[in-house]
Design a binder for this molecule. Structure first.
Ligand SMILES: [Zn+2]
Length: 266
């Protein structure tokens, strides 16, 4: 039981000797000047997707809030319940004036799986989890309708990515996020990390799909409101995936069919 913690304490010693000591100037600056991160990340609590590790970030670079599913709840009036994620957003945006918010979803997300399966099929009686992930119910519903006949793998990935689209839409319900996005001082990004192959995808709002991040770093653009609304429409996002699946199926069907036809004899 103590092995895991012993490793962490040994790890801290290594960090202290190799990293902290060699970066004293950085830590001195962070001490005297405070934190000035430009990027806020909403990540998942999943142990495999640490935002700082996968971006090689330095101390002070990222203001991070992690929760189950990397979900952004919609704006609510203060005073109702506890708002851990919303208060992190509030401080990051209004207190630290971050310039970017990245919603970082990922492959094989247990939070999204819990959303898909629902409490009825879950043998464990979680007290909070299902209510929380249901924030992204619109993503689950769209996948159930549009991809009902698709392979499980396609549905899983679609839900994980659609959840990010829902969270981006919810970000825009916070008045101080929307104001800054419209003013061009804050950019929103949807990222999806597939750790099974080591690829980071970014939501290409113009194309309505996730593309490898090197090809796509398109933030939500408020210049064209119609495009913005379309990019945040989770139903439309999932329908595009379904359409792409159908095209692939049709192409594969033709190929199989082509083989099935015996060559004509001269
Ligand atoms: Zn997750």
């Amino acid at each position: 039981m103590t092995d895991a913690l012993t490793r962490l304490i040994a790890g801290f010693r290594t960090f202290h000797d190799r990293y902290f000591q060699q970066n004293r100037a950085l830590y001195d600056r962070l001490t005297t000047e405070g934190q000035v991160p430009k990027v806020l990340v909403v990540g998942c609590s999943d142990a495999r997707v640490d935002p700082a590790i996968l971006t090689y970030a330095q101390p002070g670079d990222l203001f991070v809030v992690r929760n189950v599913g990397a979900i952004v709840p919609p704006h609510e009036e203060a005073g109702r319940g506890y708002h851990g994620t919303s208060s992190a957003l509030e401080f990051g945006v209004r207190g630290l004036n971050v310039e970017h918010i990245v919603v970082l979803g990922h492959a094989l997300c247990g939070g999204m799986r819990a959303l898909a399966d629902g409490p009825a099929e879950d043998s464990r009686d979680y007290e909070y989890l299902h209510d929380w992930v249901r924030i992204a119910a619109a993503a689950r519903d769209a996948v159930r309708v549009e991809l009902r006949d698709a392979p499980a793998e396609t549905r899983r990935r679609a839900l994980e990515q659609a959840g990010i689209v829902v969270s981006l839409g919810n970000l825009m319900t916070f008045p101080w996020v929307r104001e800054r996005v419209v003013a061009g001082t804050l950019a929103l990004h949807g990222w999806y990390f597939d750790f099974t192959v080591g690829t980071l995808f970014a939501y290409d709002t113009a194309a309505g799909r996730f593309a490898p991040v090197a090809e796509s770093a398109h933030p939500l653009s408020p210049d064209r409101h119609a495009d913005l609304a379309a990019a945040l429409d989770v139903g439309r996002f999932v329908r595009r995936i379904a359409a792409a699946c159908n095209q692939t199926e049709a192409a594969e069907g033709n190929a199989v069919h082509g083989h099935a036809i015996p060559p004509r004899r001269p």
